[in-house]
Design a protein around this ligand. Structure first.
Ligand code: HPA
Length: 316
C-alpha cells in the first residue's frame, strides 16, 4: 500500500537522522503543538536534541500558515527528562491537503513507537461559560467534514495501522483526562490566576473562514463547546493505530452567538455607527487567535510538561 510504503520511507529517513541518538529514537510520547503553541519545543533540553524541518522530510506536507513553524523535535521533556517527539506546527485540511495527508504524520509517529499522543490546538469558544485564555480538555468530538465524507480512514483499510471500523466512543482516554485534572489541581499555581480548565466537546470544521453567527449557534445546538479547524483527523488516525489520546484546546476567541442586527430595525440615536459596533464586537481574526495565546500558551505548555512528569511517575 502506498501510504504504508510512504510512511516506512519517512520513518527510515527520520531514523537515519536519529542514528547517533539512540536515547531519542523510540519515544512513547508524541505531542502536536497547535497555533501559537509551538513554544513547548523551546523547553526541550538543548542536548541531546534532533530537529528536522518538515520541508526536509519525505512525505510530509509543509504548512503555509503564519505561526506554524513546521518541524519535528526529538528530545527530553520536563523534570523527568522524558523522551518525546514534538510536532511544532501542523498542516490543515483548509490549506488544500487531503485529509489523509493531514493525518500522515501521525501514522509516522505510530511507526516510530509513539503510544500516547497529546494534541493541542487553538479554538473558538462556543460554550458561553468559556473565556479567552481558558483551557478545555476534550472528551469527545464532532467531525463535520468526516460525517460528510472527508474522513482520514476513507478508502481501503490499511491493516498495518488498524481495523476497518474502529470505535471512537472511547477516543479520549478517561485515565489521562483524570490525571490532567489532578495535575491541574495540584499545580494550580502554574495556571495564572483566573485560567480555568474545562472539559468539553470539540467540533471540527473545514475552515478557512471563521464561522458565521448562524453557524456558531448551529454548532452549539449540536452540543459542541469549542470549534476549530484541526486535531480531529490526527486523533482518528491515532485511535485507528491504538494510541491513547489527550487533547486540549486553548480558547483564543469567543464565538459570536447573537444574531446580527436586523436591517429593518428602527435606527436608534447612534444610527448605523452603534449597530456597526455591535457587528464588530466579537468578530474573529487570526491575529487575535495568535496573540491572546501567548501567556495562556505558556501556562498550557507548563501543564503539558507537568502532566508528562506525573504520568511517567505514576502511569495510570
Ligand atoms: N473557529 C474556528 N477555528 C478557530 C477559531 C474559531 O473561532 N479560533 C481558533 N481557531
Amino acid at each position: 500500500d502506498s501510504i504504508v510504503s510512504a510512511a516506512r520511507e519517512t520513518v527510515s529517513f527520520i531514523s537515519s537522522r536519529l542514528a547517533e541518538y539512540p536515547q531519542l529514537a523510540c519515544p512513547n510520547f508524541g505531542i502536536i503543538c497547535g497555533s501559537g503553541l509551538g513554544g513547548l519545543a523551546g523547553t526541550i533540553a538543548p542536548t541531546p536534541q534532533v530537529v528536522i524541518e518538515y520541508a526536509d522530510i519525505p512525505g510530509f506536507a509543509v504548512s503555509t500558515v503564519v505561526g506554524h513553524a513546521g518541524k519535528l523535535v526529538f528530545g527530553l521533556l520536563g523534570e523527568k527528562q522524558t523522551p518525546c517527539v514534538l510536532m511544532a506546527g501542523r498542516v490543515h485540511f483548509y490549506e488544500g491537503h487531503t485529509i489523509e495527508k493531514v493525518a500522515f504524520p501521525v501514522r509516522v509517529l505510530h511507526l516510530l513507537g509513539v503510544t500516547t499522543l497529546i494534541v493541542t490546538n487553538a479554538a473558538g469558544g462556543l460554550n458561553p461559560e468559556y473565556n479567552v485564555g481558558d483551557v478545555v480538555v476534550l472528551n469527545d468530538h464532532i467531525n463535520i467534514p468526516g460525517l460528510a465524507g472527508a474522513h482520514p480512514l476513507r478508502g481501503p483499510n490499511i491493516e498495518e495501522f488498524g481495523t476497518r471500523f474502529p470505535a471512537l466512543s472511547d477516543a479520549y482516554d478517561l485515565a489521562l483526562r483524570r490525571k490532567l485534572h489532578l495535575t491541574y489541581k495540584r499545580q494550580q499555581e502554574v495556571m495564572r490566576s483566573k485560567r480555568r480548565l474545562h472539559e468539553g466537546v470539540y467540533v471540527f470544521v473545514s475552515g478557512p473562514s471563521f464561522e458565521t453567527r448562524a453557524e456558531c449557534r448551529f454548532l452549539r445546538v449540536l452540543g459542541a463547546d469549542v470549534v476549530g479547524m484541526s486535531t480531529v483527523p490526527e486523533i482518528i488516525a491515532a485511535r485507528h493505530a491504538g494510541m491513547r489520546i489527550l487533547a486540549m484546546s486553548l480558547v483564543t476567541n469567543c464565538a459570536v452567538l447573537e444574531p446580527t442586527p436586523r436591517g429593518d430595525a428602527v435606527l436608534a440615536e447612534g444610527g448605523d455607527a452603534e449597530l456597526n459596533k455591535v457587528i464588530e464586537k466579537g468578530k474573529a481574526n487570526h491575529e487575535e487567535v495568535l496573540e491572546s495565546g501567548k501567556e495562556a500558551a505558556e501556562d498550557m505548555q507548563r501543564l503539558v510538561r507537568m502532566f508528562i512528569d506525573e504520568l511517567v511517575e505514576t502511569p495510570n
